[in-house]
Design a protein around this ligand. Sequence first.
Ligand code: NAD
Length: 253
Amino acid sequence: TTFAFDDRVSLVTGAGSGIGRAMAFAFAKAGARVVVCDIDRERAERTASEIGDAAIVAAADISDEASVDALVESAISAYGRIDVLCNNAGIMDTMALPADIPVALWERVLRVNLTGTFLVTHAVLPHMLREGRGAIVNTASEAGIRGGTAGAAYTASKHGVVGLTRSVAWAYAKDGIRCNAILPGPTLTGIASAESVGSFDPAGAARLAPVLALGERMAQPEQMADAALFLASDAASFVNGAIVPVDGGWSAA
Ligand code: NAD
């Protein structure tokens, strides 16, 4: 029963595709009501309509403060509280190395992956504090603990997400709020085709290729969702500030 989410409310960002979509389905299946957030409204609507009555759509851009405030307001007005927050939305960089990455791309990747995760957390925390309960699961990456699995911007952004995870975990440990992160290895999703970042930087991709080849055993998004479900559940009631690789052993090498 500790894995059950009956009467709980889960907000999942980036739930229109890939890992977030699998998370939304997993929480709904476990009994939760789900707020399906994506910047792409059509994708969010597809996920929500496939889930059915237990889901609502909230199109929002996590990198925009006003949009995030509207997102959290719509979740609260629909369901009254937020028990689980999955900060999952994120974008790739082009694999560009530190000397080569355009500053505008650096700023965009940091803005979405790190500041976006912060903005949603910042807006949801007061509601969790009011309830005296909450579980946050951040989707970081192997690039949150290693330097050779992505470009400079993505790597720095995901290290930032790991730091934010630990900060929130420590700050609210006595308030009934837990915060953990998963570090997915390579997972079959839409992220590599992300329109927003363009094609790979050839120099960076070539230099990272040997590391990436070691992790070529691809995961399914559902395998990430299962780990997030555990961390968000009462089965993980004393797991707080954990940075959990979900990579088939890649980071153990
Ligand atoms: P995906 O591209 O399939 O899904 C990401 C979703 O997030 C998309 O639907 C997109 O529209 C949405 N999104 C993008 N920017 C947004 C914004 N500003 N506001 C709201 N929504 C936004 O990718 P995915 O692989 O499922 O990625 C999910 C998370 O997993 C990301 O944080 C990513 O960095 C992380 N991750 C993925 C892999 C992998 O191999 N796929 C590995 C490690 C970490």
